[in-house]
Design a protein around this ligand. Structure first.
Ligand code: ADP
Ligand code: MG
Length: 252
C-alpha cells in the first residue's frame, strides 16, 4: 500500500553480510514533513538501514525511492545533492578548523557540486556563506563557540555543530543516527528541544535511536526494528503499548 505524501520509500529491502541477514523485508514509508523514528535494540540493523538510504551500502535486493528518484545504485554525494543530509553516529569533521569554517564547508560543497580541498583556503572571502553559517550556529545555540577549533568541542557541542552543518544545506530530508548518543542528560534535553524547533519548520526527518524515551517526545511515526525486521510501526501511542516491542527490548 502506498500512502499519499510519501517522500521516502524503502521498498522490500534486504541486506546480507555473508551469512548474516542484517535487514529483511524492510518496507518503510516516510511522509513529507513528518519526524519518523526508527528504534530498536543494539545490533537491530538501524545504522545499516540508514547507510542503505544514503548510498554508503548497497542493498542485497530492494529499492529506495526519494521524491520519485530511485536512490539505489547512486553514490552518497549524488544522494546528498538530491536533498538528503545526515548526522552520523560518529561525526565527520575537520578538527583543526574553527566551528564556523566547519559549518561553511557543506554549503560551499553544495554550491560547487563537490568538496574540494582548495575551498579551505578561500573560506574567509565567502562572506555570504559565512553570514549564513553564523545564523545556523545561532540556531543551534553555538555562537559563543564560533572561533574554537572543532576538535576541542565537547561531544554534545560537536553534535550540535554537525546539525548546523546539515541545516545549512537546507535538506528536504534530514537523517539522524543516534543524535544524543553519549550525551549527558542536560545535552540530550537541549538537543531534543532543538530538534523540536527544527520540526516546527516542516523539514522531514528520520531519527535512528536506541533510547525509546528520546523519540517518544519527537516522533510522529515510529518503526521498530529487531534482528533486521520491522516488528511494529505506528504512532508513538500505538507502538508504546505493543507487547512485541516490550519483548524486543526487555526479552532481547
Ligand atoms: P544498530 O545500528 O541497530 O545497532 P547495525 O546496523 O550497526 O545495528 O548492525 C546490524 C547487524 O549487522 C549487527 O549484527 C552488525 O554486527 C552487523 N553489521 C553491520 N555492519 C556490518 C558490516 N559492514 N559487515 C558485517 N556485519 C555488519
Ligand atoms: Mg547503529
Amino acid at each position: 500500500m502506498t500512502i499519499p505524501n510519501v517522500v521516502l520509500h524503502v521498498a522490500d529491502v534486504h541486506k546480507r553480510f555473508g551469512g548474516l541477514h542484517a535487514l529483511a523485508d524492510i518496507d518503510l514509508q516516510v511522509e513529507e514533513g513528518q519526524t519518523h523514528a526508527i528504534i530498536g535494540p543494539n545490533g537491530a540493523g538501524k545504522s545499516t538501514l540508514l547507510n542503505v538510504i544514503i548510498g554508503k551500502l548497497a542493498p542485497t535486493s530492494g529499492t529506495v525511492v526519494f521524491d520519485g528518484a530511485v536512490l539505489t545504485g547512486r553514490k552518497p554525494f549524488e544522494i546528498n545533492q538530491l536533498g538528503i543530509a545526515r548526522v552520523f553516529q560518529t561525526p565527520e569533521i575537520f578538527s583543526d578548523l574553527s566551528v564556523l569554517h566547519n559549518v561553511m564547508i557543506p554549503a560551499l560543497a553544495k554550491r560547487d557540486g563537490a568538496f574540494k580541498l582548495n575551498m579551505l583556503r578561500s573560506l574567509d572571502s565567502e562572506t555570504g556563506i559565512r553570514a549564513e553559517a553564523q545564523d545556523m550556529l545561532e540556531d543551534v545555540g553555538m555562537t559563543s563557540r564560533r572561533d574554537m577549533a572543532a576538535g576541542s568541542l565537547s561531544r554534545g557541542d560537536k553534535r550540535r555543530m554537525e546539525l548546523a552543518m546539515c541545516l545549512i544545506q537546507h535538506p528536504r530530508l534530514l537523517l539522524l543516527d543516534e543524535p544524543t548518543a553519549g550525551m549527558s542528560r542536560h545535552d540530550t534535553n537541549t538537543t531534543i528541544e532543538l530538534l523540536k524547533k527544527i520540526k516546527s519548520r516542516g523539514m522531514t526527518k528520520v531519527i535512528i535511536e536506541h533510547d525509546m524515551h528520546v523519540v517518544f517526545s519527537l516522533a510522529d511515526k515510529i518503526s521498530v526494528l529487531a534482528q533486521g525486521r520491522i516488528i511494529a510501526d505506528g504512532t508513538p501511542d500505538q507502538v508504546r503499548g505493543n507487547p512485541k516491542v516490550q519483548e524486543a527490548y526487555l526479552g532481547g
